[in-house]
Ligand binder design. Structure first.
Ligand SMILES: [Mg+2]
Length: 226
């Protein structure tokens, strides 16, 4: 069996700032303060880590109850804003996910910094949510490496007795995705559809760097090799 784990933002699609906007609104509706987050870099980050950064910036303690309330509010804001925005699905993504999910011997999953409900909302905008059988999410851990480790654990629970995991690929658009891939022993496949160039992704140590996912036959061959 092979597993292919995908990041979402910058890798499969572009929410055109709706993610950041929803985060700002959720902060205001949950905690009552307005902050446009100019000091936050969302690329390769995780929602929980961003929330921790914001609360530290404001000198506020973050309780478990705060986290829960925020993680409940964020998807509401995202769902409300998503359908009004002109979102972008990157070239090749739909075709690739359709082919991958129809290929025997492949487990398709998510490794994302998004809160779980937000991850599914983003994929639902393009009707891509049914292609993934598992995921690990940004409300489970602040550190992307830990999220990747959770996803790998979930991949292993999908294996039948005697079945081996031959190869695991982690596809992402930032150096943090590359680091997360390597932290779990996965092949890091980096795409330059996000904020990082192919050169920057190579320099960050990606095993494979692609401009985007549009060369579907080539990407399929990679993910079905072991
Ligand atoms: Mg990303």
């Amino acid at each position: 069996m092979n597993a292919v784990l995908f990041d979402i933002d910058g890798t499969l699609l572009d929410m055109r700032g709706v993610g950041r906007q929803s985060f700002v609104r959720a902060l205001e509706s949950t905690f009552g303060f307005k902050d446009d987050l100019p000091y936050i870099n969302f690329a390769g980050n995780t929602d929980l880590n961003v929330l921790q950064q914001v609360m530290a910036h404001h000198g506020r303690k973050l309780s478990e109850d705060d986290c829960t309330r925020f993680h409940e509010q964020l998807p509401l804001e995202l769902a409300a804003a998503s359908h009004k925005a002109e979102l972008i699905l990157y070239p090749g993504v739909r075709d690739l996910l359709e082919k991958l999910s129809a290929t025997p011997g492949l487990i398709l999953g998510l490794v994302t910094g998004n809160v779980e409900a937000c991850a599914w909302i983003k994929l639902q905008q393009f009707n891509l949510h049914n292609h993934f059988v598992l995921g690990a999410f940004g409300d489970e851990h602040a550190d992307r490496n830990n999220i990747a480790a959770l996803a790998l654990e979930r991949v292993r629970t999908r294996l039948k007795p005697g079945q081996a995991l031959d190869a695991c690929f982690l596809v992402g658009d930032t150096p943090n995705d590359i680091a997360a891939a390597h932290s779990i022993g996965a092949v890091s496949v980096a795409v330059a559809t996000g904020k990082f160039t192919t050169e920057a992704l190579k320099a960050a140590g990606a095993d494979v760097v692609l401009p985007d996912l549009s060369d579907v036959p080539c990407v399929m061959e990679l993910f079905t090799s072991s």
